[in-house]
Design a binder for this molecule. Structure first.
Ligand code: NAD
Length: 366
């Protein structure tokens, strides 16, 4: 039933996008009469204040606005619609690490929202979402950032850049997340270099799309599952063991996708969708098993994000459809997982485990 409703809504939104708008049929007299009545009813039920009463409680409230008291009114400007300015390019944004002296001056709630003093491993950190989440953790107070990625050149450059911009200890390990033995060795090395990790952010992943299931090559299918799903497991297992061995609580964040909860349209990508549904269920299972060790496991499920993964000419036409199906009518920025990632890594989310947080501009609402 829910699927049928969703399909009908998708069809109606897409039909207006894909076809020229049909000329509306002329309404009958009775239809026009009922339309104008309901419009009048709606209009009369909309509240449009011309003034907003304000109460201000502050030490210098007497000086606020032109009022002589703490209670005054402000006129409503009906034309005041906030303009959306395009932000600076996140690739060039400065990276400013949280200084110790500032951290100690923060109120407790804000201290909890940092990753002050934490050792953080980020996979897929050479570029894209993983790279920006690593930068965000550096800004939010991490003690050391460790990047794991299969791409030697990009990974080395990303680590050097982050260290140079922040002065923090940053290391890069060329690790393929399918390689269990290499992961175990690398995590042990992280423990020796920086201490037991407090946080794992697993962002390494690949996507195949526009491959109908009936022609999907089995070897390709296995490869994708191996990277996206088995890789998430092997990383979580190695870091989880290190945390358990040290009796240290921790936070594991698996980057899944909204594709783990919905089926994307119009591209056919059964394997990717299945892999991410697997990541979500893996995250929940680990959360249940490892709560007794103080290890929290949560998933981030992004919608369409504007990263290299999607900067493929073959996807240009489909991107227009994706945007038309997204209430915010755009793809997410490469740095728009940062806030959620820091929150899940921080102690502010201490009672949160086994959650799968969608962050998708509203895509999954329809
Ligand atoms: N971009 C999106 O629209 C989107 C949407 C939902 C979910 N995601 C997920 O977010 C994650 C990051 O995506 P992105 O857009 O930043 O992609 P990206 O391709 O820009 O970055 C992925 C990184 O993972 C690394 N990687 C790939 N295979 C690896 C392996 N076997 N071992 C180690 N590292 C490997 C790559 O070298 C790369 O640096 C992925 O898991 C992806 O599925 C992305």
């Amino acid at each position: 039933m829910a699927t049928a409703t969703r399909s009908a809504r998708l069809a109606s939104r897409l039909s207006s996008f894909l076809r020229p708008a049909a000329r509306p049929a002329t309404p009958s007299l009775a239809q026009r009469a009922s339309f104008s009545l309901s419009a009048r009813l709606k209009k009369s039920s909309v509240i449009k204040e011309t003034e907003v009463p304000v109460s201000v409680y502050s030490p210098d409230a007497k000086g606020v606005a032109s009022s002589n008291s703490d209670h005054f009114s402000i006129p409503v400007n009906p034309a005041a619609i906030p303009a959306q300015e395009p932000g600076p390019d996140p690739e060039d944004a400065p990276i400013t690490p949280l200084q110790d002296n500032l951290y100690h001056r923060l109120p407790r709630t804000l201290q909890n929202m940092t990753v002050h003093g934490k050792v953080i491993i980020v996979t897929g950190a050479a570029r894209g979402l993983g790279n920006h989440m690593a930068r965000a953790c550096a800004e939010a107070g991490a003690k050391a950032i460790v990047m794991f990625d299969a791409n030697q050149e990009l990974g080395d450059a990303a680590a050097a850049d982050l260290h140079q911009k922040t002065g923090l200890p940053v290391s890069f390990f060329r690790v393929d997340v399918r390689d269990g033995a290499a992961i175990q060795t690398a995590v042990q090395n992280v423990v020796d270099l920086h201490g037991v990790p407090d946080v794992l952010i697993n962002s390494a992943g690949i996507a195949d799309s526009n491959i109908p299931a009936e022609t999907y090559d089995a070897a390709m299918f296995r490869r994708l599952i191996d990277i996206n799903l088995t890789g998430s497991f092997l990383m979580a297992q190695a870091v989880g063991r290190a945390m358990m061995g040290a009796g240290k609580p921790g936070s594991i964040i698996l980057v899944a996708s909204m594709s783990g909860s919905i089926v994307n349209y119009p591209q056919e990508q059964s394997c990717y969708n299945a892999s991410k549904a697997g990541v979500v269920q893996l995250g929940k299972s680990l959360a249940a098993e490892w709560a007794k060790y103080g290890i929290r496991v949560n998933c981030i499920s992004p919608g369409y994000m504007d990263t290299a993964l999607n900067k493929v000419p073959a996807l240009d036409a489909q991107k227009k459809i994706w945007k038309s199906l997204t209430p915010q009518a755009r793809l997410g920025g490469v740095d728009e997982l940062n806030g959620l990632c820091v929150f899940l890594a921080s102690d502010a989310s201490s009672f949160m485990t086994g959650s799968n947080v969608l962050i998708d501009g509203g895509y999954t609402l329809y």
